[in-house]
Ligand binder design. Structure first.
Ligand code: FAD
Length: 335
């Protein structure tokens, strides 16, 4: 049986958290199957990442270095990965459901390598019985993700040939502590790239004025439709600033144009797990809760004592956020 592979996303030699989360999940799947956990590390001069990958539990790192792999463009990455998959035939191939992963995974899958399930929130190994076709499968990857607007949780099984490919949402898998004493094997690969894969040239990269780091934030103050207006969102920013946190939002607030989509928490936004999440004027729809329920402590401020968010929250403040938030800011500043 083939091994479990993880595509490692890196930027300037810094590995994305989602890739390390997937290495940890990959180890769990590999242990269940009795196979190895292997990383695909592509880029130029990225060997410094290899020890980190071993420390998180990779048995093997395929190091694919080439100047044409920096910065990331999808065609050469897809070519190199497809060639490696054809040669080594992994059983499972995991990508983060990031901008890069969402662009790359379908390109790889479309080379008739196998099926792809996008945006998974959980993975496990199990046997599967296809009653309709009277077939049974052992040790298949159960690919779990919300479907129909988050109203059901679907379990998808790929009965095509391997690899079983998925993209996995950021922040949903647990990242274990690294063990620097772990070591693995390094396999250097020279990609066979042609002019056809290097047609796209990156001319300039422009960074956003202020990048929102919801995934890494320890404290998030999130505002919803109950905030009432773009102007009133300043209350949310003030509370976040007083606590040293980031600003999050519900989709209703984003759709109203009060705040950018980068701030959206939930099924079609970011999944977060901060130490403290303060939900202000957010009702607690299933799609919003999917993105923040793993927060260590949740405080909800809502005028409606029956709002669903209150059943998710550890502490509930039933009241008008326009009164409650200024009092909270005052209290924190007085400390
Ligand atoms: P509302 O549901 O309108 O709630 C506003 C709340 O504010 C109410 O509970 C009200 O009691 C309270 N309130 C009003 N005034 C005050 C006040 N002065 N003080 C205190 N409380 C007050 N939503 C997301 O958030 N993230 C997603 O990623 C997401 N993805 C989606 C994907 C799909 C496919 C679909 C169909 C929907 C998705 N949604 C998502 C939308 C989701 O279903 C809800 O519509 C949305 O979360 C509601 O946002 P809200 O809680 O801010 O607004």
């Amino acid at each position: 049986m083939g091994n479990v592979w993880i595509f490692i996303e890196q930027e300037g030699g810094k590995i994305a958290d989602v890739s390390l989360e997937l290495v940890c999940k990959g180890r769990e799947l590999a242990a269940r199957l009795g196979v190895k956990t292997e990383a695909l590390l592509l880029g130029d001069k990225v060997e410094s990442c290899v020890d980190t990958l071993y420390s998180y539990g990779c048995d093997t790192v395929y190091l694919v270095e080439d100047a044409r792999l920096e910065p990331f463009t999808v065609l050469p990455y897809a070519r190199a990965i497809v060639d490696l998959v054809r040669e080594h035939k992994p059983n499972i191939l995991l990508f983060g459901a990031t901008l890069k992963g969402r662009e790359l995974a379908p390109r790889v899958a479309s080379e008739k390598l196998g099926g792809l399930t996008a945006d998974c929130t959980d993975l496990r190994i199990d046997d599967f019985e296809d009653k309709k076709n009277n077939k049974s499968y052992t040790n298949k990857l159960m690919q779990i993700r919300p479907a129909f607007g988050g109203n059901i949780i679907a379990t998808i099984v790929n009965t095509w040939d391997d690899p079983q490919m998925v993209t996995v949402r950021e922040g949903v898998m647990k990242m274990d502590a690294p063990d620097p004493s772990r070591k693995g094997a390094l396999v250097r690969v020279k990609p066979a790239l042609t002019d056809a894969e290097t047609v796209v040239k990156v001319i300039e990269r422009v960074r956003a004025d202020k990048e929102v780091d919801l995934k890494g934030a320890q404290i998030i103050v999130a505002g919803g439709y109950g905030v009432g207006s773009k102007e009133n969102f300043k209350l949310i920013y003030q509370l976040a600033e007083a606590l040293g946190g980031e600003v999050g939002a519900s989709r209703a607030a984003v759709d109203a144009g009060w705040i950018d989509h980068d701030h959206q928490v939930g099924q079609t936004g970011v999944t977060v797990r901060p130490r403290l999440y303060i939900a202000c004027g957010i009702s607690g729809s299933i799609q919003h809760v999917a993105g923040m329920k793993e927060s260590k402590k949740i405080i909800a401020i809502n005028t409606d004592p029956g709002a669903p968010i209150l059943s998710v929250a550890h502490y509930a403040i039933v009241g008008d956020l326009n009164t409650v938030i200024p009092q909270m800011i005052k209290a924190f500043k007085a400390k």
